[in-house]
Ligand binder design. Structure first.
Ligand SMILES: N[C@@H](CCC(=O)N[C@@H](CS)C(=O)NCC(=O)O)C(=O)O
Length: 206
């Protein structure tokens, strides 16, 4: 079965799927969707994902799944082990809650800082709002502190084992550090140790 993943080097959301698939040992055929040429906004691509975003997973029969978490859920369904979304009702709900918090409370703020930052600013696609960036930068820094406290009490985001929520945070922190000027401060030791732990997994090179 060939699974095609629409990807772009350095893009953090496709990376979430690539790390997840690597953890599962699932092979994906990567299709370069050149965002610099706006290939994610062409009429053909909008047929695959009306939101015009990557990643998109295309199945052998041509059906497409957008949204990184939805794609990961599909991969978990076809290859249940190792389990990354939870294996009893409570754990499934808890991991989902932790993952949603990271998306809604951290990724959204990193996104605001990215869109209002110098790299996207130069593209001239969006009106820049410096005050929004100032507020979202501060929110990201505050969130890192919260995570640092939590990771002093547990090894991974949803508790004692690695899950999809760790993949969500790893991709966010690496993107924020490399592209948005929002690397966690070195004195956030628990967050730093967590980052080293998850980055040491072979999947992190995806
Ligand atoms: N919620 C989506 C977000 C996808 C997303 O924002 N992807 C970025 C690349 S990392 C993108 O395609 N951006 C282009 C755009 O928003 O127009 C997911 O989890 O897949």
């Amino acid at each position: 079965m060939t699974l095609k993943l629409y990807d772009y080097k350095g893009a953090p959301n496709p990376r979430r799927v690539k790390i997840f698939a690597a953890e599962k040992g699932i092979e994906l055929t990567l299709i370069n969707c050149d965002m610099s040429k706006r290939e994610h906004k062409t009429p053909e691509f909008l047929q695959k994902n009306p939101s015009g975003k990557i990643p998109v997973l295309e199945l052998e029969d041509g059906r497409c799944i957008p949204e990184s978490v939805s794609i990961c859920r599909y991969l978990e369904a076809i290859q249940p082990e190792p389990n990354l979304f939870g294996s009893d009702p409570f754990e499934m709900a808890w991991i989902d809650a932790r993952n949603r918090q990271l998306e809604l409370e951290l990724w959204s703020q990193i996104g605001t800082s990215w869109v209002n930052g110098p790299i996207v600013g130069k593209m001239g696609l969006f009106k820049q709002i410096p005050a929004a960036k100032e507020a979202s930068d501060a929110n990201v820094r505050r969130y890192y502190e919260r995570l640092n406290t939590e990771l002093g009490e547990q090894a991974f985001i949803a508790g004692s084992r690695y899950t999809v929520a760790d993949i969500t945070l790893l991709s966010a922190v690496d993107f924020a550090s490399a592209m948005v000027g929002l690397a966690p401060d070195n004195d956030l030791v628990n967050l730093k140790n967590w980052h080293e732990r998850v980055s040491a997994r072979p999947s992190a090179s995806a």
